[in-house]
Design a protein around this ligand. Sequence first.
Ligand code: ADP
Ligand code: ADP
Length: 232
Amino acid sequence: MISLHQVSKTYVTSNSRFQAVDAVSLEVGAGEIHGIIGSSGAGKSTLLRMINLLERPDEGTVIVDGNDLTSMTDKHLREARRSMGMIFQSFNLVNNRTVSGNVAMPLEMAGLGKKERAERVREYLDFMGIADKAEEYPSRLSGGQQQRVAIARALVNHPKVLLCDEPTSSLDPQTTVGILDVLKHINRTFGVTVVIVTHEMNVVTNMCTTVSMMENGGLINTFKAEQGNTIS
Ligand code: ADP
Ligand code: ADP
């Protein structure tokens, strides 16, 4: 489903250059829950953001669902990105929009009509168990509820891939378990391929089918769980 070939990224600022990712190749099969682990600064988030070209690699190719994203025009890239949802540590909700307004955003960009938007938004708020929060503003919700809104927003366009950047790092342990259960449920129910960056070992043991370990911008190891099990 996802194939990264020799991707590299160097951040250049006015007075420094830093190679965050160095010639990494990675294969993620359809339906996997693939963890990317490693210490802070290892390049995990940069690697994840290169999968949907939120960060454009300096070198290498990114192929998702058979399409080479690195050689696409901007217009085609925008379309291809719709098959990928993303969630973040800090949720990244739009604070001056209600919960419904946030979840509707990808549907507006995809050009769906008002009635269909409203139906889809309701469907995913129900699915995430937050239908009663539809007209609230994000700042009035708990962290776990905000992440549920962000997951609903990531799912409304029926993505094939869900990219998760430290999705539970700002949540307490109990809320974390709830969010991990939701991600597993999405993977099982819709067959969505999940890639999850984390520094929390319990995330890996709770849900990942495959884990790649990064160090200093390179991928140093990949482990696979036994069929049907998660890494332990
Ligand atoms: P991780 O997710 O493993 O903590 P990151 O991919 O976020 O690692 O960052 C890798 C390195 O790249 C870090 O040293 C970080 O400071 C640097 N970096 C990340 N983003 C930028 C940026 N936009 N500009 C400059 N340096 C960055
Ligand atoms: P459909 O062709 O209507 O999408 P599916 O059997 O694929 O039929 O899906 C049934 C329902 O499950 C969809 O209407 C949608 O609500 C949900 N669904 C399917 N795939 C996804 C996905 N990748 N992400 C989110 N929701 C999905």
